[in-house]
Design a protein around this ligand. Structure first.
Ligand SMILES: [Fe+2]
Ligand SMILES: [Fe+2]
Length: 325
């Protein structure tokens, strides 16, 4: 709304601290957009925020409360499924949360519009969080098309493998994010090293091996929710091996998060299946043979088994075109 328009529809009286503002449809104080969601800040009063949110169909989203936080969601249009018990919410249904001490997950069954009221000014935080993710995304995409496609394929294959292992919704979600961002720490590695077709020198190899740690720090620098803490840990561990021969810490077996164990198999599979500066792509048969050979050594046997089932479907169906982030 223009300043002139806003003044016309507001009445202020110092005597009674009276304020009336009539806003036209489409007016908002601030907004943020992401591929799958659009948020408009409709009104703000001290700690109170009233937000209109649009979410595209088929998206999993979470509500993460904290102590002292009250939240209210009123569904205007569309349908949502509560993943805790598969209950379907329809227009007019609403959700309230207070002092929520865990993350709860919902899935949009169609495009959804809702009104969101909170007593904690999350808009600014949300805006920063979404912006940071977008920046991280852009950083990956700007580097090269190959990396971008690699990340997209990983996202899909990781999810499929996680589903075979019946991972919780929360773990699936952290796995998907970590898969997409797993090599973000390579932003710190000079391109000459990344693109080098010959064997790396010990010094160069040392630089490359720092990327899980750098990636973890990049995520933690901006994200402070427990969800992103887990994403950061998965990224830190994505080059660890089941038998303890990986890096950076040489963790083994169950010391490695299940999401990182999955990511490690999927990452190797995709890297071997496509051309790299230092090696030519291998055919599917050879790649699968190599993955099986590494079962019980580099990779956890139960993860390899789940991966092989997931890969079979993936080979037939191709990459799922739905994007999570
Ligand atoms: Fe990596
Ligand atoms: Fe990778």
């Amino acid at each position: 709304m223009s300043e002139e328009k806003r003044n016309k529809s507001s009445v202020n009286s110092a005597k009674h601290s009276f304020s009336l503002q009539i806003h036209n449809k489409g007016d908002y104080l601030d907004s943020v957009s992401k591929k799958s969601t659009w948020l408009e800040l409709l009104a703000q009063q001290e700690d109170l925020e009233i937000i209109k949110q649009n979410i595209v169909a088929d998206k999993v989203f979470k509500i993460e409360g904290h102590e002292g936080v009250f939240e209210f969601f009123y569904l205007l249009t569309g349908k949502i499924k509560y993943m805790g018990n598969d209950k379907i919410l329809e227009p007019g249904d609403y959700i309230t949360t207070k002092n929520l001490d865990q993350q709860v997950y919902f899935k949009t069954l169609s495009e959804v519009n809702l009104i969101y009221v909170t007593n904690t000014p999350i808009f600014t935080n949300k805006q920063e969080e979404i912006q940071t993710l977008l920046d991280l995304n852009r950083e990956i995409e700007a580097r090269d098309q190959q990396t971008r496609d690699h990340c997209r394929r990983l996202q899909d294959l990781s999810r499929r493998t996680g589903e075979e292992l019946a991972l919780s919704q929360e773990k699936l979600f952290s796995l998907i994010f970590a898969s997409f961002l797993h090599d973000i720490g390579k932003a710190s590695v000079p391109v000459e090293i990344l693109q080098k077709p010959d064997k790396l020198s010990p010094e160069e190899w040392n630089i490359v091996q720092q990327h899980p740690e750098v990636g973890k720090d990049m995520i933690l620098e901006h994200m402070d929710s427990s969800f992103f803490e887990r994403v950061a840990q998965i990224i830190l561990q994505h080059h660890e091996s089941y038998d303890g021969s990986g890096y950076p810490k040489g963790l083994s077996g169950d010391e490695i998060l299940i999401e990182a164990q999955i990511l490690s198999v999927v990452d190797s599979y995709d890297a071997m299946s496509h051309n790299r500066p230092y090696q030519k792509a291998k055919n599917r048969e050879k790649v699968l043979k190599e993955i099986k050979n590494c079962s019980g050594q580099q990779f956890a046997p139960e993860v390899v088994d789940a991966f092989l089932k997931a890969e079979e479907k993936y080979a037939v169906e191709g990459i799922d075109p739905r994007e999570i982030i």
